[in-house]
Ligand binder design. Structure first.
Ligand code: 13P
Length: 342
């Protein structure tokens, strides 16, 4: 059974409704292998199924999670008990199933290590199949790095163009596109450099969305936060991150966009929650957009560790996932505080 929606805006609003956010569980098999390697668990189809089942069947997670991004393998898998297809299981809980549809970031020819995301060929047909399997939103991630001279205008515009092409094909198929231009926070750049690049990238992306007739009311933006590079000597404070991230959105993100759901991008779980909380506090009730999370690592890391590939740890791992989901839910309302971590 699929959830019923009137239109794209209805889906986008449900994905970013106050108090809830999105679980990114769409790690590709190579990325999942990296995560499983960190806990010494073999990344095979069965173990990936058990792991995703553990997350999705966490009692009460639907109080905090509006949607789950699945991977091509995962959307075809079923619950361990009762063999219910994951999209049906999630829909029955009121959680919207989504699907990663990009084919990954590949070398951008002639641009010395910069990347462009591929996957437009055959996208229309794949979306039709995913819709029939229950997906009501999709994700496409563009990857932009900050270096001495990067990013180039060529890299930014190639990625923005592809994001808008993808978004347009999604909307034609009744699927809400998550538009994800991720500026990596690896490197030794300052928060000011991160701000400048974020401003250029977001402005270019919204220009392309406009050029390609994408309905802004029917997208969800999934950006990075504006942070100092992870190798920079002085880490920006929570308030600096909140101020500068909101400032760049005010400049670049039209109020027609219903919601912004952040990626965590390698921040610690606690930082990702604290930053989201500070931004919601700063904006209060007058925000043009709902600000929420679409975290992968920052929602899953404690659960992955607690699980360690062992069935007897599933209960503890689910508790760890529930806790992160709940704290991030509180952060969407500016009601989180660090002492809740204890
Ligand atoms: P992280 O939150 O781990 O960055 O993952 C989110 C995501 O979906 C990246 O595309």
């Amino acid at each position: 059974m699929s959830l019923q929606f009137d239109d794209l805006q209805d889906i986008a609003e449900a994905m970013t409704v106050k108090g809830k956010g999105i679980l990114a569980a769409d790690e590709s098999n190579p990325t999942c292998k990296k995560r499983f390697d960190s806990i010494n668990v073999e990344s095979n189809e069965q173990n990936r199924n058990i792991y995703r089942d553990m997350l999705f069947t966490t009692e009460g997670m639907n109080d905090f999670i509006s949607g789950v991004i699945l991977y091509d393998e995962t959307i075809r898998q079923t619950t361990m008990q009762g063999e219910v297809p994951f999209p049906d299981f999630l829909s029955d809980l009121g959680v919207i199933p989504g699907i990663k549809v990009d084919a990954g970031a590949k070398d951008l020819a002639g641009m010395d290590g910069e990347k462009v995301t591929e996957g437009l060929d055959g996208l229309d047909g794949r979306l039709k199949e995913y819709y029939s399997l229950g997906a009501r939103f999709a994700k496409w991630r563009a990857v932009i790095s900050i270096g001495d001279i990067e990013p180039s205008t060529t890299c930014i515009s190639a990625n923005a163009h592809a994001l808008a092409r993808y978004a347009s094909v999604c909307q034609q198929n009744g699927i809400v596109p998550i538009v994800e231009p991720e500026i990596l926070m690896d490197g030794a750049h300052t928060i000011e450099e991160s701000f400048i690049v974020s401003e250029e990238v977001l402005s270019t992306v919204f220009y392309e969305l406009y050029s390609q007739n994408v309905l802004l009311e029917g997208i969800v933006l999934k950006p990075n936060m504006v942070l100092s590079g992870y190798e920079f000597s002085e880490k920006a404070t929570v308030d600096q991150v909140a101020d500068m991230t909101i400032q760049v959105f005010k400049r670049c993100v039209p109020a027609a966009v219903p919601g912004i759901a952040f990626l965590s991008g390698g921040q610690s779980d606690e930082d990702a929650t604290a930053h989201l909380n500070a931004m919601n506090k700063l904006l209060g009730d007058n925000s043009p957009w709902n600000l929420t999370f679409s975290y992968g690592r920052a929602l899953q890391a404690p659960a992955l560790k607690a699980w360690g590939g062992k069935n007897e740890n599933i209960g503890n791992a689910q508790q760890a996932f529930y806790k992160r989901a709940k704290l991030n839910s509180l952060a969407t309302m500016g009601n989180y505080s660090v002492d809740m971590e204890l």
